[in-house]
Design a protein around this ligand. Structure first.
Ligand code: FES
Ligand SMILES: [Fe+2]
Length: 447
């Protein structure tokens, strides 16, 4: 059980809070690139409790700025994109994407006042379908070459979803390998051939067995957690020793936590998902995901078609939510899925984390040994917050471009192989697969 003051310390991320200061040391996802595709490329993201305007100027440069005009505080959500910048519609002040004031049309001609006023602005860049902003002090860190960023864009697909809860519980479901056997249990396995783009529906690598069958039949994995430079590596082992099997094979699922607030999981033999959980404020967050293929271009239109039907735009709010009981159907719960909440596992996770309350009260929980991913992450998080408080650099932040560019992986895996020496088996398989990929390098740990 956690002390109340510790729960507050780990979950609150507004400006000036300990966790907020820590989180601001990293690039944060602020929008999908597709949100700027319309006729007027301007959106108003709220990130870590800060209201921002993200836009593309007429020359295509991205700007990420404060939403309040520095003149008299008008809302720049309605600003005009013209004359090489963003123009406030209250008195016509014009700002460049970098925040410089270019014009104050009502001030006397030749006035030096524009050179004295700036609109708060933040470093911003686009990477494989997501626009990232840096809201912290000083220069932003180098961008780590995680697979999802190292891959050519055609090998990736980006998406997001809204959650009505604190960011930490949203992340914690992704570093909890035990829940998949229950929350995502299917009583009927779909044909893995039909699984393109769907989570948990493919066959596990090295076998014809659908992941759903293995998860259902072996609900007590052996979970191990290792600390790494970037966060943690989690392994969940399920020894296949059910009726008619001799235990010589083991299902291995390797997932990761990547600082600050991402997890990285396998989707199929070919594709992995990297998913961040960025606070909108302390009681809501967005998850942003990049799906990355090692072997071939991703069918982005199909991936989008599957997902866009489950949300309302422009906010990417799920169609199923607390107000309609997440689409719960008791007959389905009897015959098809453990939850009765449909076959989209994002809805299952959403139900789980939103049901914990706006900010989960961790003073009342009881964590077991199967929760060691969560307990380890909380320790790393508390350490990182302390590191920033001491004025030092937290985990997985570097200013060194070469070091960041040399990063490879991490390697996520869902496969069935020999129980003996399973690490060596999967190191070999992984190294071969990655060596055959048109773009992926082999991570240090797998060499
Ligand atoms: S408030 Fe924006 S120009 Fe005056
Ligand atoms: Fe889940």
């Amino acid at each position: 059980m956690m002390r109340e003051q510790d729960n507050i310390r780990l979950t609150r991320t507004g400006s000036g809070t300990p966790a907020g200061e820590w989180m601001r040391r990293y690039w944060q996802p602020v929008a999908l690139a597709e949100e700027l595709d319309g006729e007027r490329p301007l959106v108003t993201p709220r990130v870590l409790g800060q209201d921002l305007v993200l836009f593309r100027d007429e020359e295509g440069h991205l700007g990420l700025v404060d939403r309040g005009c520095p003149h008299r505080g008008a809302d720049l959500a309605l600003a005009r994109l013209e004359d090489g910048g963003l123009r406030c519609v209250f008195h016509g002040w014009l700002f460049a994407a970098g925040g410089r004031c270019l014009e104050m049309p009502a001030e006397p001609e030749g006035s030096l006042f524009p050179s004295k006023v700036r609109l708060g602005s933040y470093p911003v860049q686009e990477r494989n379908g997501i626009v990232w902003g840096y809201l912290g002090p000083g220069e932003p860190p180098a961008f780590p070459a995680l697979d999802c960023f190292a891959a050519p864009e055609a090998y990736t697909f980006a998406w997001k979803g809204h959650l009505d809860c604190n960011w930490l519980q949203a992340l914690e479901v992704g570093i909890d390998p035990a829940h998949a056997s229950y929350l995502h249990r299917f009583f009927v396995d779909e044909d893995p051939e039909e699984s393109y783009g769907k989570q948990f529906r493919a066959a596990s690598q090295g076998t014809e067995l659908p992941m759903t069958k293995i998860l259902r039949e072996y609900p007590r994995p052996r979970i191990d957690v290792q600390r790494t430079d970037y966060g943690m590596r989690l392994t969940a082992l399920r020894r296949l020793d059910g009726p008619g099997l001799d235990g010589s094979h083991t299902h291995v699922r390797v997932t990761h936590q990547v600082f600050p607030h991402a997890f990285h999981i396998p989707m199929s033999a070919d594709m992995a998902i990297t998913q961040w959980h960025v606070p909108i404020d302390d009681t809501s967050c967005y998850w942003y995901a990049v799906f990355t293929s090692l072997t071939g271009e991703v069918d982005q239109a199909e991936m989008r078609r599957q997902r866009v039907a489950a949300v309302t735009l422009p906010d990417y709010r799920p169609v199923f939510h607390r107000g309609n009981n997440y689409g719960y159907d008791p007959r389905e719960q009897r015959d098809l899925t453990y939850t009765g909440l449909g076959t989209d596992i994002n809805v299952h996770d959403q139900w789980a984390v939103e049901g914990q309350g706006a900010i989960q009260d961790r003073t009342r929980e009881h964590l077991g040994s199967s929760d060691r991913g969560i307990t380890t992450y909380r320790k790393l998080l508390a350490e990182a917050i302390g590191t920033v408080e001491r004025g030092e650099t937290p985990r997985f932040v570097t200013a060194d471009e070469e070091e960041a560019a040399a990063f490879r992986g991490p390697v996520a895996l869902d496969g069935v192989g020999p129980s003996e020496d399973w690490e060596a088996h999967w190191d070999k398989v992984t190294t071969e697969r990655r060596s055959a990929s048109p773009w992926a390098g082999v991570p240090q740990a797998a060499r």
